[in-house]
Design a protein around this ligand. Structure first.
Ligand SMILES: CCCCCCCC/C=C\C/C=C/C(=O)SCCNC(=O)CCNC(=O)[C@H](O)C(C)(C)COP(=O)(O)OP(=O)(O)OC[C@H]1O[C@@H](n2cnc3c(N)ncnc32)[C@H](O)[C@@H]1OP(=O)(O)O
Ligand SMILES: Cc1cc2nc3c(=O)[nH]c(=O)nc-3n(C[C@H](O)[C@H](O)[C@H](O)COP(=O)(O)OP(=O)(O)OC[C@H]3O[C@@H](n4cnc5c(N)ncnc54)[C@H](O)[C@@H]3O)c2cc1C
Length: 645
């Protein structure tokens, strides 16, 4: 900030905690912080990675520019001999949806997780050196959610020792896979395995799509892009593809791990939610401190909009959620690593829980984040609607996360199946463990009474936890009892699916709250850091309680009076967080390049930069617009004539 006026300096001076230590907590470790900081600056200082022109480029120019960036990123990775961790951070800070996301994020993990040793030895070195580029081709035009309903077939021909991959219908065309449309040379294709005329369910196959010499599709394969997607710029940097296949390569697949790549990616999506959410919150918080409206007396300064309680009531729960998702993401990563190690030892016991947690938390965090980005746009008033605020593009790029890698409702129904199974086993030998361990105390949770008598009582983590556990246990048991009344359980499941989804949401919210509370039990150094995190944890929990008051009241988990006291406590917490708000978003350590927002600039110098940015629009290249002579002038002349008549 040398030589630059910091318009947010007063705000930064108000902070009551050690921001540098908070940065380490946010990053996860000092090592990750230092690495991220170094790579973020490297990307920000490289002109090839500029992204301020995305909204105005045509689809073709946008796409070519993405290819250029991806090639440049790879060049820098090789030149600088970056490690896998550094390379993945570099792609993260380049911040542009591209085929590389699918190559590194799904193709490589699918081979690592599902291919045999021999197949891995053949394909992984090629993929690691980007001598082949891969994608994940599961979804078809006719089926996405229902994976068992995929139509593409893979028929083994013993004579040639090959699999014939065939899309027999229009609806069996692979439709959506990122990178497939224009770039990928290979794909992991999901298809129904047929041997000796017998079907064996859906399996993954590594398929070569394009020639490595001239990039033309191999014989029998038709490929293209599926067309423009939501938002200008945004996800249109990605080629999402359609193929219809002819022939191809080899098999792999240990049966239980077919869905493993989805578990892996859902886990990464939870961490990613905290990134997208924190980014939107950082923009809205900084701008809310800069923006002033009303409240001036005797010509004095007006009120910063961040000081309005309504602004705090909308913004601070989002800030708290960014931290909450960060910590639950850390925990989920641990859970995923643990289940992977167990699977390698043929221990499948924790797979259902890992599936339920990744599916449920993916759903919860992406739904919340997509809504929150839109809320941040509104929190920035009119200027939030400008592309230069960074928020429209962030929303357009982020919102499909509610759909890809499993539609969020479909995923919650998976959690519901897991919950109902857990409830049905209560009282049996099989004791609930892990995230459902609280169900083991179901008798207590069904009748316990919340002890809160005054607002401060809501600051006790055990009180919060018990209220959340009682709410979830009671909702789950109630829907399980209703299900038991149906002669056909599947029919009951369909009929009661809205209730089941609500119970799943409650269960997932409980996981997030409990993991935040567990985080606070760790040793966290730095003046005031733990105190601030404690406030955010309480805001996250009490805001959910407030928003879902109906659940807590209808299950009798709390009384109306206790609900009202929770709200009083929330207001008090907002006042305590207020002086720390700017420092709490500074702790995300985002560069202005990564934020990509005039409103969220670190120095708060919003107005001159907004003005400057507006003049850069191509429409302002000429004072009189193209089209004046064809369309405006004749109109004006006609009006003149009409007026004379
Ligand atoms: C590091 C960088 C990361 C980069 C990330 C880049 C992101 C880029 C952006 C976009 C990429 C997007 C990619 C995609 O979208 S890929 C396509 C994703 N598709 C889906 O997610 C489809 C969703 N559908 C399903 O997952 C399933 O089919 C289903 C679970 C909804 C339906 O299953 P069901 O009807 O129950 O039947 P099954 O026979 O299929 O299941 C039986 C049994 O298996 C359990 N189970 C299901 N899924 C899993 C799983 N993933 N893991 C473990 N177990 C699973 C299921 O619960 C049943 O169990 P049971 O009740 O005990 O029998
Ligand atoms: C940007 C983007 C990138 C993608 N990238 C890839 C990729 O790389 N590779 C790939 O293979 N796929 C990819 N996909 C596809 C994606 O995985 C699917 O679109 C997703 O899984 C949802 O499936 P669907 O489209 O079949 O939705 P549908 O299942 O058709 O959903 C339509 C509606 O029906 C509801 N619904 C469906 N089933 C049920 C049920 N059982 N009970 C209640 N409601 C139900 C859903 O909630 C939703 O409201 C991508 C999609 C997008 C948007």
């Amino acid at each position: 900030m040398d030589g630059v006026v910091d318009h947010l300096a007063d705000e930064r001076n108000k902070a009551q905690f050690d921001v540098e230590e908070m940065k380490i907590v946010w990053a996860g470790s000092r090592h990750v912080f230092e690495l991220s900081d170094r790579i973020a600056r490297l990307v920000a200082s490289d002109p090839v990675f500029r992204k301020d022109n995305r909204a105005t480029l045509s689809r073709k120019d946008l796409f070519k520019n993405t290819l250029r960036k991806a090639a440049h990123a790879w060049k820098r990775i090789i030149e600088l001999r970056l490690s896998e961790e550094e390379a993945s951070k570099l792609r993260f800070y380049v911040d542009e949806a591209a085929f590389t996301d699918l190559h590194w994020g799904m193709f490589v993990p699918a081979i690592k997780g599902q291919a045999t040793e021999e197949q891995q030895q053949k394909w992984l070195p090629l993929a690691y050196k980007m001598q082949i580029i891969g994608c994940y081709a599961q979804t078809e035009l006719g089926h996405g959610s229902n994976v068992q309903g995929l139509e593409t077939t893979a028929t083994f021909d013993p004579q040639t020792d090959e699999f014939d991959i065939h899309s027999p219908t229009l609806t069996s065309s692979k439709w959506w896979p990122g990178g497939l449309g224009k770039v990928s040379t290979h794909a992991v294709v999901y298809a129904r395995l047929i041997t000796d005329g017998q079907e064996h369910g859906v399996h993954g196959f590594i398929v070569q799509l394009r020639s490595l010499d001239d990039h033309l599709p191999l014989p029998g394969i038709t490929i293209g892009d599926i067309g423009m997607k939501f938002g200008n710029g945004a996800y249109n940097t990605m080629d999402n593809g359609v193929t219809r296949n002819g022939k191809c390569v080899r098999s792999n697949v240990p049966r239980q791990l077919i869905y493993g790549t989805m578990v892996f990616v859902r886990q990464t999506i939870v961490s990613d939610a905290s990134c997208a959410l924190s980014r939107a919150v950082c923009i809205a918080t900084r701008y809310s401190a800069v923006r002033r409206q009303f409240g001036s007396q005797n010509g004095g300064v007006e009120t910063q909009v961040i000081d309005y309680k309504t602004q705090q009531n909308r913004l601070f729960p989002l800030l708290a959620a960014a931290y909450a998702f960060r910590f639950v993401g850390e925990w989920l990563k641990w859970l995923y690593t643990d289940v992977t190690q167990r699977l390698q030892a043929n221990d499948f016991s924790t797979l259902p829980e890992a599936h339920a947690c990744t599916a449920g938390l993916k759903s919860l965090t992406t739904t919340f984040t997509a809504d929150a980005i839109e809320e941040c746009r509104k929190l920035c008033g009119g200027h939030g609607y400008l592309c230069s605020s960074g928020l429209p593009e962030l929303f357009a790029v982020y919102v499909p996360a509610c759909t890809y890698e499993g539609d969020n409702v479909v995923l919650l129904l998976q959690v519901a199946r897991f919950l109902m199974k857990t409830v049905s086993q209560l009282g049996s030998e099989k004791k609930p463990v892990g995230t459902t361990a609280y169900m083991g105390r179901v008798e207590h949770l069904m009748q316990c009474r919340c002890s809160v008598q005054k607002a401060e009582d809501w600051l006790n983590p055990n009180t919060i936890l018990e209220a959340f556990e009682a709410r979830t246990a009671r909702m789950s048991v109630a829907v399980a009892q209703k299900l038991a009344q149906f002669a056909n359980p599947e029919e009951g499941f369909l009929e009661l699916s809205p209730n089941l989804v609500e119970a799943s949401v409650a269960h997932c919210q409980l996981i997030v709250v409990s993991k935040f509370i567990e985080k606070l039990q760790q040793d966290i150094p730095g003046k005031g850091v733990k105190e601030l995190l404690g406030m955010l944890c309480n805001i996250y929990a009490l805001n959910i309680l407030h928003k879902h008051l109906g659940d807590f009241l209808s299950t009798g988990s709390i009384t109306p009076k206790q609900g009202s006291l929770a709200n009083d406590q929330l207001r008090s917490l907002y006042s305590q967080v207020r002086p720390n708000a700017i420092a709490l978003v500074d702790a995300f350590n985002y560069t202005d390049h990564y934020l990509g927002s005039v409103l969220g600039r670190y120095d708060g110098n919003v107005y001159p930069k907004l003005y400057e940015e507006a003049w850069k629009d191509p429409l302002n290249d000429s004072v009189v617009p193209d089209g004046y002579h064809e369309y405006i002038r004749p109109l004006l002349k006609n009006q003149l004539r009409n007026a004379r008549l």
